[in-house]
Write a protein that binds this ligand. Sequence first.
Ligand SMILES: *[C@@H]1O[C@H](CO)[C@@H](O)[C@H](O)[C@H]1NC(C)=O
Ligand SMILES: *[C@@H]1O[C@H](CO)[C@@H](O)[C@H](O)[C@H]1NC(C)=O
Ligand SMILES: [Zn+2]
Ligand SMILES: [Zn+2]
Length: 445
Amino acid sequence: MGFLTWVFFILQILLLHGLPISSDSNLSSKDLSEIPKDFLKVAKRVEFFDWMVSIRRKIHMHPELGYEEYETSKLIRHELDKMGIQYKYPVAVTGVIGYIGTGGPPFVALRADMDALPVQEMGEWEHKSKIPGKMHACGHDAHVTMLLGAAKILQEHQEAFKGTIVLVFQPAEEGGGGAKKMVDTGTLDNVKAIFGLHVAPDFPITEVYSRPGPLMAGSGFFEAVISGKGGHAAIPQHSIDPILAASNIVVSLQHLISREADPLDSQVVTVAKLKGGDAFNVIPDSVVIGGTFRTLSKESLMQLRQRIEEVIIGQAAVQRCKATVNFLESEMPFTPPTVNNKGLHQYFQDVAGDMIHISSVKDMQPMMGAEDFSFYQEKIPGYYYHLGMKNETKGKLAYLHSPLFEINEDALPFGAALQASLAARYLFENKPETTPLNREHHDEL
Ligand SMILES: *[C@@H]1O[C@H](CO)[C@@H](O)[C@H](O)[C@H]1NC(C)=O
Ligand SMILES: *[C@@H]1O[C@H](CO)[C@@H](O)[C@H](O)[C@H]1NC(C)=O
Ligand SMILES: [Zn+2]
Ligand SMILES: [Zn+2]
């Protein structure tokens, strides 16, 4: 065998039989503050890092849209099988839920989203998307990889856990309400806390960003058909002009924000779609407009929904048009705001601070982008944070959803180790109230 063949052979053995995680695998006797640093060391080991990179690239080359993540889900299950982790499948079409530990309470969950976007990748590199018109342009390939990385770290210590870590691989984050479907199955009912992350191309690597309370907006979508009466453009008195009505509607919708919303309660209404008319000299029968609205509280979201409908119908009537408004909730359910549990904020700062130093654990302003992690937070105390990826010496990274989006793979160990630490420490710090049996085994899933 040549040298490279040997290296490959040894790597295979390491991957098949699990990596030596820690010289002292008695986690329960360890000082809790050492766990995050230890986990990061493990995740940064060359063979562990290379394994994560290879998984991330495989997923990146085969992006799948919401509820179509069959191959991604298969890859996840294959890796969980190799680690000896039990799981439920399918949950919410393509979702997978894995279990590490005793199989009994308390339960703490880690979440990753699996779906890609309908974007054509424009960057040229060896592992670019092989599927025309689809791309992991939001970094969910990295999220899946980091959760598998966390799973591998945690599984090596499964004997130490008094409780169960629940690995949540969900479909369809990008507007499909995959998290809602997962929650609706009831499989997370007993979970005491859930953690999720997003890669952030504009925050520095080795730093994490979040805040207590509202972190990301709730969002809804709307589409309206404004109907008038078509006719000759030179004889307007015989027509009812839906273009003028639509124009006034677009302007009036902006007044909901400038005149009705509390200036300190951030809100957005954007009309992103406006379609009507094909000729220079014909007034069309109807115009379609559509867009999105965002708020930082669920009450404001519902209030805005009601006012959008009233303004569209009322303003259409001013110009003698009729309007119907559709909030498209069956295809694109309203996403509630992502609101971080205040107690978990302190906990997150402690754990992340132990891993990367507290000066790298930063507060951030809320963002008006939406994230369906909020569906878990409606049921379970949850905490969501952003993981920095920017490395100035390597240059700028394109923003999320860009066809030039890239992952800085150096961030993978940080996400894997931090997620693993958040789950492990949670179980050590939240012991079950009663311990009737000393459960040595974990076959009662
Ligand atoms: C782990 O540490 C605890 C507490 O120090 C000790 O009681 C236990 O025997 C240790 N277990 C192993 C397998 O070393
Ligand atoms: C940033 O990039 C440089 C150049 O590739 C590398 O040497 C350094 O380790 C990177 N920093 C981090 C934190 O990954
Ligand atoms: Zn996205
Ligand atoms: Zn995303």
